[in-house]
Design a binder for this molecule. Structure first.
Ligand SMILES: *Cc1c(COP(=O)(O)O)cnc(C)c1O
Length: 393
């Protein structure tokens, strides 16, 4: 990356990346749907396989479409290098397995994506990798959880599904004081709203399935960080086959071209919805990072450009009222995805988090009547109208 490249603004970097073209000189990046790449000479093939020269060989390793997507994400997140995966969980699992050995230890915030929670609390222990969870209200407790074998501090901000904001700069300081790698899942914010690496994170990962695709079409994941860490993660990942498909990479790279305008509208709509809900008599409380009444408003403003597209609120009447609200929606979709152009409503207590025990639910701050809205790109008046009529029922 030369100096001029680094100086370019976010919107430009998301669009103007050096693309690979065929002899037809396409303006839009072509799709390189091939599982492998051929060589003319045995000497060249030998050098590629010996890692002496870097050329595409096999799409489980690299592919022009994957590279383009990764290069954009790397620049947008202010990182040095990256690698892309078949899904967000593929990215998280591969990163953990590449960096940790049996007997090592993770410290993670307790409010994290459901499948990540299952990975840390049930799957990784099978390889003798344990996780201690800290309550996000008391980040100063992290130091008490550090053990001689602790290697990673892991966090999400804003958190899923409750939209709490963690002070990433403060967490980075604790991590580095104790020689831990600080990993941030930046899925809810996207690099348009916050770049954790500039706040001290060592590794940033994403489910590209969410706002990065933004149109509910493909799954994908990505990891970025410094060259040395990413090379270690890459060498592990290319061997186990969690790599992103070229087709999905092609879609996701195109999606990035509109990320800034999409996220901006998502956030404008979400703030308007949050302000509407705050005034509604059937709503007990609303959680949105950029609501002035949010105790974390100042921290959110310091760390994020806008508040994101997720609004959480507590409906009066608990579990049954939550389910009734879901059944009363006429337009908003009931599905488990988020960050789509279509507005999505979920009731975590009866769906995504139904398997959690009462204690685990409390630790994630999920209540029986909590509704999470992933605010889409429909006209805000129509979104509010649908939610209003469902609340009235
Ligand atoms: C969806 C999600 C993931 C997992 O991503 P997949 O692409 O579904 O595997 C991880 N973290 C967060 C915050 C998510 O929302």
């Amino acid at each position: 990356m030369n100096i001029n490249e680094q100086k370019k603004q976010f919107e430009t970097q998301a669009i103007r990346t050096q693309t690979e073209r065929t002899q037809y000189n396409e303006h839009s990046t072509p799709l390189f749907l091939t599982s492998s790449f051929v060589y003319d000479e045995s000497e060249e093939m030998r050098a590629v396989f010996a890692d002496e020269i870097s050329k595409h060989s096999y799409s489980r390793y690299t592919n022009p479409n994957i590279n383009e997507f990764v290069e954009k994400m790397t620049k947008l997140e202010r990182a040095e290098a990256g690698y892309a995966y078949a899904s967000g969980m593929g990215a998280i699992f591969s990163t953990m397995m590449a960096l940790l050995n049996s007997g090592e230890h993770i410290i993670s915030c307790s409010s994290i994506y459901g499948a990540t929670y299952v990975l840390f609390s049930s799957t990784l222990p099978r390889w003798n990798i344990q996780t201690s969870f800290f309550d996000i209200r008391y980040p100063e407790m992290i130091e008490k959880l550090i053990q001689p074998n602790t290697k990673i501090l892991y966090a999400e901000s804003p958190t899923n599904p409750v939209c709490d904001v963690l002070d990433l700069g403060f967490l980075a300081e604790i991590a580095h004081k104790h020689n831990l790698l600080f990993i941030v899942d930046n899925c809810f914010a996207t690099p348009y709203l916050q770049t954790p690496i500039t706040l001290g994170a060592d590794i940033v990962l994403h489910s590209a399935t969410k706002l990065i695709d933004g149109q509910g079409r493909v799954l994908g994941g990505v990891v970025v960080g410094n060259k040395e860490i990413i090379n270690k993660i890459y060498l592990f990942s290319r061997g186990i086959g969690s790599t992103l498909s070229p087709f999905n990479a092609w879609i996701l790279s195109k999606s990035l071209e509109t990320l800034s305008v999409r996220v901006e509208r998502h956030c404008e709509n979400a703030l308007k919805l949050a302000e509407f809900l705050e005034q509604h008599h059937k709503v007990d409380s609303v959680k949105y990072p950029f609501l002035k009444s949010n105790p974390q408003y100042q921290l959110a403003k310091k760390q994020m450009k806008m508040g994101g597209n997720i609004v959480a609120f507590e409906i009066k009447g608990g579990f049954e009222a939550g389910k009734k609200f879901q059944d009363s929606l006429l337009m908003c979709s009931m599905t488990s995805n988020l960050g789509d152009s279509r507005t999505i409503s979920t009731h975590p207590a009866s769906t995504t988090h139904a398997k959690l025990t009462k204690d685990e639910l409390a630790a994630s701050f999920i209540t029986e009547g909590m509704i999470r809205i992933s605010v889409g790109l429909e006209h805000i008046d129509d979104i509010i109208e649908d939610i209003k009529q469902a609340l009235e029922k």
